[in-house]
Design a protein around this ligand. Structure first.
Ligand code: NAI
Length: 246
């Protein structure tokens, strides 16, 4: 029996990268994990791989930036599972460019997914969690929330996630619901593999532990925050970055 057995956990952006690693860890802890991502086939692929390992997982494709799709997603989840216990807001994108060159589309795309998408999912989950007086909301912000060159849109969205998390924590603290944010540093995923080799080396050189993180480094902290062991932890922002932000 894992720490999360009998729990229903929703992980957004779980078809690859950090989200997939987080979903795998929650499965290992015994949760039934809902794989949410844009592409149905990609979601089903993860479910098939997890099922082969005797994990419990289901695919529910949705675009978290779309209010109606998120609303339908949660209606579907309630119909199928009756409840949800854990929400991990992980889906995110970047459109890096310096502020003076940033288009309004690049600004909007990032805010719509990273911040408004997190709002959509958190609001739907909180409604369900308030009724049952239990819930765990864990949102993936970023070390970049403090500001980062070429990331005005991304940093603003991730700072917004921190503000949203702290507000949700305050509003729901007496309802058995905890809301926390994790700020990964530099994690080895498709998103970071997109940078040139020179930038990769520069990023790793800034990390006291001398290596990029892995999705499981983040998944381990998510699993703790989702567990009963973290029931007195709310409104926190936890860096998982090998000492990158000290
Ligand atoms: P990734 O690009 O490898 O994976 C992101 C996943 O989210 C993809 O499967 C994608 O299809 C999905 N997604 C994107 N837009 C979506 C939408 N509108 N609706 C549903 N799903 C959507 O990225 P990675 O690296 O795994 O990042 C995951 C999260 O961690 C993001 O929020 C990112 O900002 C954050 N993060 C990543 C860091 C890193 O070093 N990789 C560092 C700090 C934060």
């Amino acid at each position: 029996m894992g720490r999360l057995s009998k729990k229903i956990a929703v992980v957004t952006g779980a078809a690859r990268g950090l989200g997939r690693g987080i979903a795998e860890k929650l499965c290992q802890e015994g949760a039934h994990v809902i794989i949410v991502d844009l592409n149905e086939e990609e979601c089903q692929k993860v479910v098939a791989e997890f099922t082969e390992q005797d994990y419990q997982a289901s695919a529910f494709p949705a675009n978290i930036a779309d209010h109606d799709e998120v609303s339908q997603l949660f209606t579907g989840l309630i119909q199928e599972f009756g409840t949800i216990d854990i929400l991990v807001n992980n889906a995110g994108i970047n459109r890096d460019v310096t502020l003076h060159k940033m288009s309004i589309e690049q600004w909007r795309q990032v805010i719509d997914v990273n911040l408004t998408g997190t709002f959509h999912c958190t609001q739907e989950a909180i409604k369900i969690m308030r009724e049952k007086q239990y819930g765990r909301v864990i949102s993936i912000s970023s070390a970049s929330w403090l500001g980062n060159f070429g990331q005005a849109n991304y940093a603003a969205s991730k700072a917004g996630v921190v503000g949203l998390t702290k507000t949700a924590a305050r509003e729901n603290a007496t309802k058995g619901i905890t809301c926390n944010a994790i700020c990964p540093g530099f994690i080895d995923t498709d998103m970071t593999r997109g940078v040139p080799d020179k930038v990769w080396d520069q990023m790793v050189a800034k990390i006291p532990m001398g290596r990029a993180g892995s999705p499981s480094d983040v998944g381990n902290v998510v699993a703790f925050l989702a567990s009963d062991e973290a029931s007195y932890v709310t409104g926190e922002v936890i860096n998982v970055g090998g000492g990158m932000v000290l």
